[in-house]
Design a protein around this ligand. Structure first.
Ligand SMILES: Cc1ncc(COP(=O)(O)O)c(C=O)c1O
Length: 424
């Protein structure tokens, strides 16, 4: 028994899926303590968009440490924080005419969602929030109430209140899903809100992922997202886009909603925003809402971590020119093309996704787990998502070299073929 089996809490999860001890990592590869290399199609669930130990970010961190830069500062003003905020304004916000303010909180996604929910409720004076089927927003109680997965909800120990779960508006209906989702369901929800005798009061907020990553790589249709944004506006509700997993370049745009023609009031960001895996969470908050906060009301010891600001500032340079996003689009095409023969050979498989997040639905969780196990043995790290874990999630670093991408896709295709044949 190793130290993890002896002493780590029984809650450990990924270490059971990947039963080895990782020692080193570079870009899209991790090496375990025995020297075995793995191609990483998991990338810290969307944290490592710029790869493991990104050399530019690593150098910036080394320089900052050498210079005795401030490491911890609560939410005080530091040079690292100023640089990050200035560059973020220049590279991301100004080109989009976004007047949003930056709010930093404890450095996890769930904390960003908590802050967004609090502010929406405060600003509107309303309790209820609308979230969506298959949505995932985090594990703390407020965010968990908006998370749909029953396994996680069951661990709460208290009732999860003040959230209404409505059907998500998938671009393509998930195979095997009988739910009445999509634009029809949203229109019916809108009609109930408009009927003053429906018994429904307008919500404080609509909380939505444009692509439900943990939920099974379900991509919302543009029509549905626009209708949702219009409904939020009509009802005076706050539109919160949770871009924690699919923001920061994942879809081929900086924000996943850049091409959706919507204007969120709050955007929740975490994971990739800290650049190299250094933790950071940030909400972009419209100034009309931001004025409802009083100083320190959503506090936290690690509100903005200076090493994360340093690496996060370096990450922004990837978005200064269109080149990086063009590379992401090209790699996304490679991924889709490579999987075509597999899809043609087995019509029960369904591929969903956008940019460099793809989900391959293999029908049930047992098959998906068997594929992940084979991939691990063959040197590929892959995760599952969706109901019962039936979807293989491909979310490699955006910086992955094409050779690694092709090798990983090859390992995965072989594993899927073998598992599907065994199941037939
Ligand atoms: C869309 C989304 N929101 C929120 C979270 C929660 O983030 P964290 O695990 O950092 O609390 C996640 C994590 O996977 C996520 O994918």
């Amino acid at each position: 028994m190793n130290i993890f089996e002896q002493r780590e809490s029984s809650i450990r999860a990924y270490s059971r899926v990947y039963p080895t001890v990782f020692a080193k990592a570079q870009n899209a590869r991790q090496t375990d303590e025995n020297g075995k290399e793995y191609i990483d199609f998991f990338a810290g669930a969307g944290v490592l968009n710029f790869g493991h130990n990104n050399p530019r970010m690593k150098q910036a961190l080394i320089d900052y440490l050498q210079d005795d830069g401030v490491l911890h500062s609560l939410d005080m003003q530091t040079t690292a924080k100023a640089k990050f905020m200035e560059r973020y304004t220049e590279v991301i916000l100004q080109p989009r005419n976004m007047p949003h303010r930056m709010q930093f909180m404890g450095p996890t996604g769930t904390n960003a969602v908590e802050a967004a929910l609090k502010l929406a409720r405060r600003a509107t004076g309303r309790n209820e929030v609308v979230a969506f089927s298959h949505g995932f927003h985090g594990m703390t109680l407020g965010a968990l109430a908006a998370t749909a997965n029953q396994y996680f909800r069951n661990a709460s120990g208290v009732p999860l209140l003040h959230v209404r779960h409505e059907p998500f508006g998938c671009e393509v209906q998930c195979r095997g899903c009988e739910a009445n989702c999509g634009i029809g369901a949203l229109q019916s929800l809108a009609a109930r809100y408009r009927d003053s005798s429906s018994g429904m009061a307008p919500p404080a907020a609509f909380l939505v992922e444009t692509i439900q990553a943990e939920g099974g790589v379900n991509v919302a249709s543009k029509e549905w997202m626009k209708a949702l944004a219009a409904l939020a506006k009509e009802l005076g509700s706050v539109l919160i886009v949770d871009d924690i997993q699919v923001g920061c370049g994942r879809t081929g745009n900086y924000f996943s909603f850049d091409d959706l023609d919507i204007e969120p009031d709050i955007v929740c960001l975490a994971k990739g925003i800290g650049g190299i895996g250094t933790p950071l969470a940030m909400n972009l908050v419209h100034p009309d809402l931001d004025r409802h906060w009083s100083p320190g009301e959503h506090t936290g010891t690690f509100r903005g971590q200076n090493l994360s600001f340093v690496a996060g500032t370096e990450a922004l340079s990837y978005f200064e020119t269109p080149e990086f996003m063009e590379q992401v689009a090209a790699k996304a095409d490679v991924m889709r093309e490579h999987l075509q023969p597999l899809l043609k050979s087995d019509s029960s498989l369904q591929l969903r996704g956008k940019g460099m997040i793809l989900g391959l639905d293999v029908g049930n969780g047992e098959r998906a787990a068997a594929v992940v196990k084979r991939c691990f043995e063959d040197g590929l790290l892959l995760a599952t998502c969706g109901t019962g874990g039936r979807v293989l999630k491909l979310i490699p670093p955006l910086t992955i070299p094409e050779a690694d991408l092709l090798q990983g896709l090859g390992i995965m295709s072989d594993a899927v073929r073998a598992v599907m044949e065994e199941a037939a």
